[in-house]
Design a protein around this ligand. Structure first.
Ligand code: AMP
Length: 285
């Protein structure tokens, strides 16, 4: 894996690759890689001739009381995992290279970042869309892959790409789970064994919403209530939100006439976890 820290050098790498007629897939990450990240990378590898990734723990997407300073890091381990894919080039800038003194331009998708995580993490999505816009201009990919695990992030980035005419394709990738159903996340490393057990309630709650649809319930509120009741019955799980929204717009929806995303954020101990499932009317699972 070739490691590049400078934005200008990364742009040159991509310009050279494009001039040779290569196609570039891009997977941005905050590191501490797991099978979820690697699935995005393998998918990118299969679709283009060059695969770029980035490792940047973006300070602008963390709130003042969030876990920026102790976000898990393992640069050497991440490089070893990228080699298995293999990733061709890793862009790993210092924060000062991405946000030099004097930076003052922000990219913000407005409506789609209201509700859900947007209500609980002020400024978070503005930090995400801004850094991703910068990464797109630096890495210049033909396609970029994002996990459905961060569903509102995916929708915000799709909105940004469409609204600002970015010349690339966003490829969504389904959530990768542990065998017992827990959605993979770098933050799972924070969980004690007991907390990890409790964290399974998120996936159980989403499955309860799916069962509810199968039994013929037809409103978003009914699906959300089914998920909520599972979480409420699990001690040590503190709900931040449980919502069933229009899966395209992330706006409230009543009757299930279109696909709906049931999304959860909850705290297990000090760790904030998110998970979601997209359910379609007429779908039985
Ligand atoms: P992160 O390093 O947490 O910023 O994640 C980098 C990318 O990996 C994002 O597009 C995430 O949505 C994606 N990702 C993280 N966890 C998973 C997972 N369990 N399944 C699928 N994609 C994931």
């Amino acid at each position: 894996v070739e490691i590049i820290a400078s934005p200008a050098q990364m742009q040159r790498w991509s310009d050279d690759a494009r001039r040779r007629g290569e196609t570039i897939a891009f997977v941005p990450t905050m590191g501490f890689l797991h099978e979820g990240h690697l699935t995005l990378m393998r998918e990118g590898r299969a679709r283009t001739t060059r695969l770029a990734s980035s490792l940047f723990v973006n300070p602008t997407q963390f709130g003042p009381n969030e876990d920026f300073s102790h976000y898990p890091r393992n640069f050497d381990g991440d490089c070893a995992l990228m080699r298995t894919v293999p990733v061709d080039v890793l862009f790993a800038p210092e924060p000062e290279a991405m946000f030099p003194a004097g930076s003052q331009t922000w990219v913000e998708a407005t409506e789609v970042t209201r509700g859900l995580c947007g209500d609980h993490r002020p400024g978070h999505f503005r930090g995400v869309t801004t850094v991703v816009a910068k990464l797109f201009n630096i890495v210049k990919p033909h396609i970029a892959l994002f996990g459905e695990k961060d569903f509102q992030q995916l929708r915000a980035i799709q909105r940004m790409v469409s609204d600002l005419n970015f010349d690339l394709e966003i490829v969504p990738v389904a959530i990768v789970r542990e065998p017992d159903g827990l959605a993979m996340s770098s933050r799972n490393a924070y969980l004690t064994p007991e907390e990890r057990e409790r964290a399974l309630a998120l996936n159980r709650a989403l499955r309860a919403a799916g069962e509810c649809l199968k039994r013929g319930k037809r409103t978003a509120a009914q699906l959300a209530a089914a998920a909520r009741s599972v979480l409420e019955r699990t001690p040590g799980v503190e709900i931040e939100y449980v919502e069933a929204m229009d899966a395209e717009t992330l706006k409230p929806i009543d009757r299930l006439e279109r696909p709906v995303v049931v999304a959860i954020a909850a705290r297990v101990g000090k760790t904030r976890l998110i998970d979601n499932v997209v359910l379609s009317p007429g779908l039985t699972s």
